[in-house]
Design a protein. Sequence first.
Length: 571
Amino acid sequence: MTRTRRVAFMLSMLAMSFLTVGYAQDNQSSQSDDVARLKAQLAEQQKQIEQLSKTLADQKKVLDKIASSTGSAPAADANAAAAAPAQPAPAPSNGVHMLPNNGEVASSTPMVPPPPPPPAPRVLDPQVPAGEPSSPLQLHLGDVTIMPVGFMDATAVWRNVDAGSGIGSNFGSIPFNNANPGGHLSEYRFSIQNSRIGFRIDANIKGAHVIGYNEFDFLGKSADNGIGVTNGAFVPRIRLYWVDVRKDQFEFLAGQSWSMLTPNRKGISPLPGDIFYSQVMDVNYVAGLTWTRQTGVRFIYHPSDKVAIGFAAENPNQYAGGNAGASTITAPSALAGLIGTQLDNTSGGYLSTPNLTPDFIAKIAFDPSSRAHVEVVGIERNFKDWVPTTNMHFTKAGGGGSINSNLEVVKNFRVIENAYWSDGGGRYIFGQVPDVVIRSDGSLSPIHAGGTVDGFEAQLSKNFLLFTYYGAIYAGRDVALDTNGSLVGYGFRGGSQNRLIQEFTIGYQHVLWKDAKYGALSMITQYEWLNRDPWYVNVASGAPKNAHDNTVYVDIRYTLPGSAPTMTGLK
């Protein structure tokens, strides 16, 4: 029994040993499988970590690119992106670079990449610093900026004699002090007619810079005789309406602009701020200034930022005098019908007189620095008439030139010089001198005429500008004999045509208040002394040798806010 138990015990122990070895082998196999699975999971997680690191690196590149374009440091955004995984980004679309696809990451909270910083105020020149003040009146449509321009004037004018010319000086018809009734009366006006309104459009189109400019004032004529009695319905008139395109060194302009014969302050720019027409309140500016606003085309070449060369073809008008009180020519008795039909004396219809060719103008301007501007200008004009009694045509060429300068000799003190001389160019001196006279056979003879404006402008403080100018107009004598032996032409004895008109003026502009977003309020004053000397005065009859007047302007002006955007390509 005991032996039997021992055998059974030993058999039991042997069986347990076999079972223990089998279990150990099974357990070892199971642990090996677990280790393999764990290694595989670690490898997969390592791949995901590497992919996440690559994604974060790509995001950092994008953020750095945004920071370089806006000038702000994206350190906080980059740190936030590195602290958490990013969600999948869309695939590239329409050729625009997008963030790469991130795939699934070991996080249950996906993170949207931070947005780029808000853009700086839009300007068309990337060199303009971010945050530059802008006008609330500017309207941006894509790559186009539209900006209203203009101001509102309330102008008071007083003269010691009654020239009857409104708020603009009538240089050629200042009444003599014994004239009835003008020489015995003073004149006062209060008007908003010099107010202006318009708009400017700026755009960059296919590498070219385009400016469209439009400007009106309210100095147009009205047929309403009650305009000063019951209704101040002043008529708007167009001043400027042009388009200018510049690409690289070449520029083209078409439309109604200041004539290229008008002196510039800068280059050959058509912008009003770059034109010299003085700082005065007189809407006819200064006697002796060469100017007009008319339709034309011009081509300008910019060999450098300091030199501009221009050529223009502008609207012609063969002129016999009569504008703004200017003296008119005396025609031969048999050819008096040519005045008003073939030569303009302002009495005919709108542009009713014939012309042979456009007026051709060439200008070269030098701007060695912002403190100096010098230019040389030349003009060619061509005249033609037809004599009905002989069926003959006569043509005659005329021309002229000017030298103008605007120099800042010391800081904030500019010296102005404009000198013009012509043979048949009197129309451009505010129409104060006729272009030609008619001889007895119908042939044409250009009249010598010249003008000058000289003075200075001093910026005494940030808000105070002082100006003073001397201006003069000279009309040459051109006399012929009629078939009956009488004198005809201009400047002959017994006539009353003007020989010399002079002006001295002084004034100031004072900015009372201004804000970049809301405009400016300023006060402008001007004192003007005018003197007129005819070629002939009958002193024996007691007539004075000359006529003169004194004029005072006081103006309150509100100017619209804002300034034009700086445009690439416009120097």
